[in-house]
Design a protein around this ligand. Structure first.
Ligand code: BG6
Length: 453
């Protein structure tokens, strides 16, 4: 496994921890070569790795860390320089199926893959690339074309860490292994869907990256649309590498480009003061939108998606509203129960909630049936742990395929072409008031299912 960008932020926050946990589970079997520009020794790299693991995992077991450290070697140089790839070729030697993992700025994906190709290193390789994959439909197509000049689609693994989150993976099983859920999971029973991704922190030290991107590109086009595809897809007919991804892309194909009239953008107060952000920035840190899925299962069911930074809580959830039962004369006033809601909490503390109505002393009350997956199912794998493992084994199911990436850009493209004005919102609020107009006539935005509620 060759990791480009091993001295970077992502490696520090995610990769070392994931590798350490895989090592602990005895799931790592290959040597690891780190590549980056910094002229450091492998000992220095490993001391940074230990620090990173301690900071993220809390503690380090020496024997596990030593085993991991023994796998590592390090190569430094300029990734656009052919000389680096000659050295790489010597190190990689005749590895049967190397995995190149590019934790690099997207502008370097093309140049690195081309260099791998020229050096004869791409033939039997797999290449995993981090997000973002393009910044609109046109650039995603160009990037796909560029990579395809060297690699087959089967060799490319586009990382979207949301696809490695256990509750997101769980969607496929919850939906299709349970009649209690599958029977209500369509337009006959569901009246609306809400997806919320709220973060209680701001852009902090990522100003210059974020200001060029904004919430729509950062988390909606990729993470949240991928989640939606799993919420809405038909059951895969086999466990094959492309089957699940075929089903997801069918959902995307049924989603028309989003109408800009159904799109709200917000920016939290103080965002423009973040280092790296333009003083007159119009970038959104909050986005809310409505889309539709024009297929047999979902026609007429509005899907609302909102995501934002500087909101009151960190929580990501999917919420389905079921249709109301009819008003019945024997029910206490008001004689119509609130609609049932099914909530899948993705973060934090993943779980499933069913909200039903029950008669208390003298009126109908919403009550909750909750399950927390960790309590019932044991410790869950971290997203990067699973994705790195799958990448090493060539299991492509949890990676975004070319057509899905292009479809999702097509869906959001009108919003990129013609973005409406941003509305300011107070940090710690639920975003601009305009977002409430979006849901008028439908169930309003709900307070998400929080850890202690
Ligand atoms: C990243 C975004 O892809 O996902 C960040 O760039 C965001 O802005 C992060 O905070 C959220 O990931 P998670 O796993 O913490 O929900």
């Amino acid at each position: 496994m060759v990791i480009f960008g091993i001295t970077g932020d992502l490696a520090r926050k995610m990769t070392f921890r994931a590798l350490y946990r895989l090592e602990r589970r005895k799931l790592l079997t290959c040597p690891i070569l780190g590549v980056a520009a910094d002229d450091i020794s492998v000992a220095e790299l490993m001391s940074r790795a230990r620090e990173a693991i301690t900071a993220t995992e809390g503690s380090v077991e020496d024997d596990v860390f030593d085993r991991l450290a023994q796998r590592f070697s390090y190569l430094h140089g300029d990734v656009t320089d052919a000389g680096l790839y000659r050295q790489l070729a010597e190190k990689v030697g005749d590895a049967e199926q190397p995995l190149y993992y590019l934790e690099m700025p997207p502008a370097l994906f093309g140049p690195i893959v081309e260099q791998l190709g020229k050096a004869g290193l791409a033939g039997n390789a797999r290449v995993a690339v981090e997000k973002p994959f393009g910044d609109d439909l046109e650039s995603a197509r160009r990037l796909n074309d560029r990579l395809h000049r060297v690699l087959d689609e089967e060799q490319i693994l586009r990382v979207d860490h949301f696809l490695g989150k256990e509750p997101v993976i769980e969607l496929e099983y919850l939906r299709f292994a349970n009649t209690a859920l599958s029977e209500v999971w369509d337009r006959r029973s569901v009246s609306a869907i809400q997806i919320t991704m709220a973060e209680d922190f701001g852009v902090e030290d990522r100003g210059s990256f974020y200001d060029a991107v904004g919430a729509l590109r950062d988390v909606v086009q990729n993470h949240l649309l991928q989640v939606l595809a799993l919420v809405a897809m038909e059951p895969p007919t086999s466990a094959g590498g492309n089957e699940l991804r075929d089903k997801k892309v069918e959902v995307f194909r049924a989603i028309p480009p989003i109408d800009v009239a159904h799109y709200v953008r917000g920016q939290y107060d103080g965002y423009a003061d973040v280092p790296g952000v333009a003083a007159d920035s119009e970038t959104e840190t909050y986005t809310a939108l409505r889309l539709q899925i024009d297929n047999w299962r979902w026609y007429g069911v509005p899907v609302f998606v909102r995501a934002g930074k500087g909101l009151p809580h960190k929580v990501t959830e999917v919420r389905l509203f079921l249709r109301r039962t009819p008003p019945l004369p024997f029910l206490p006033k008001p004689a119509q129960a609130a609609p049932n809601q099914i909530v899948l909490r993705i973060d934090p503390d993943p779980g499933l909630r069913l909200q039903i109505s029950a008669l208390g002393k003298d009126a109908l009350h919403p009550v909750h049936l909750d399950t927390l997956f960790a309590e019932q199912l044991g410790e869950l794998l971290l997203p990067y742990e699973r994705l790195l493992h799958d990448a090493l084994h060539g299991d492509r199911r949890l990676f975004a395929r070319e057509d899905a990436v292009e479809e999702t850009w097509r869906i959001v493209q009108p919003l990129l072409d013609d973005p409406p004005a941003v509305h300011r919102y107070e940090r710690g609020s639920w975003g601009p008031d305009e977002a409430n107009k979006l849901v008028r006539g439908y169930p309003g935005w709900q307070q998400p299912w929080l850890a202690d509620s």
